[in-house]
Design a protein around this ligand. Sequence first.
Ligand code: DP6
Length: 329
Amino acid sequence: MSGAREARAVARSNIALAKYWGKSDARLNLPAVPSISMTLDRLVTRTRVRFDGTLRGDRVSLDGRTATETERRRIVELLDRVRHRAGLDLPARVESKNAFPTAAGLASSASGFAALAAAASAAAGLSHRPRDLSRLARRSSASAARSIYGGFVELPAGRPGDDGLAARALHDETHWDVRLVVALTALGAKEVGSTDGMERTRRSSPYYEPWLEAAPPLAKRIRQALARRDLPRLGAAMEQSTLAFHACALAADPWILYLRPATVAALRTVRRLREERGIPVYATMDAGPHVKALCEAHHAERVRRALRRTEGVLRTVVAAPGPGVEVLP
Ligand code: DP6
């Protein structure tokens, strides 16, 4: 390995246009359905990793505080994979900072694990080819595999046992001048994390199998519409993808309800803008209460104002397509 023992990387979060929900192999963290995302310029994580023989164990700090035991365990697992591959036996210090308020509920395992995969690999002197980084990040969080690339990205479904699965770039960030308007509807972390939420859905929702059947054709429509920059076609399939996975989670036992009154109000605002104002704008949601609206850049300010005025919306953030992970010199 090379002499470098410290490296820094920056990665950005992403929003799934075609949603990933459910795993075909929980041990290898392989998604059961294909997903397609847009990497976002504004939601950035910066991570520094230093392998250092003078430390007495791995030290992890997130936004200036010591990581909780659960957070630490997931991070140490990724470090262990890197150490194993590099034949390295040194403890590490990890410092990670989000350039957006964590308390706002936008903290993202996608940007976090993408930045960690890149910084840890570079610090250990391993390859930081995007494909290898995407695979490494995927083992920790499948959405992180997509944040390795900029612009528009696909993570195919994984066959059980296929540990080589990585995301691939579809189009770079100059492909389409769209914006994602994020409407924050609550503060704090989500109630049921995605990993637990998807596992409970798989075990107990009667709609899990129908979701597995519906997701690939929706992803295909989204991929085709994205290539043609056809927002109405993409938007219709994107809304169906998000609402289908929420419906599927809602029917789990115990039920998983991410929506709040403000979420529903924001969804209605998006539909009203479309139907009454003629603005092509479409909504998506993750495993949380926020609504994210996709529109062309020149409509973003009107969409932002309408969402900002919606009852229960606390804040808005506008993001554009952004670049992939970068290892800093
Ligand atoms: C609803 O990538 O957070 O945001 O692989 O278990 O870490 P793990 O799950 P994660 O799931 C993201 C789910 C989603 C949809 C998406 O981003 O595709």
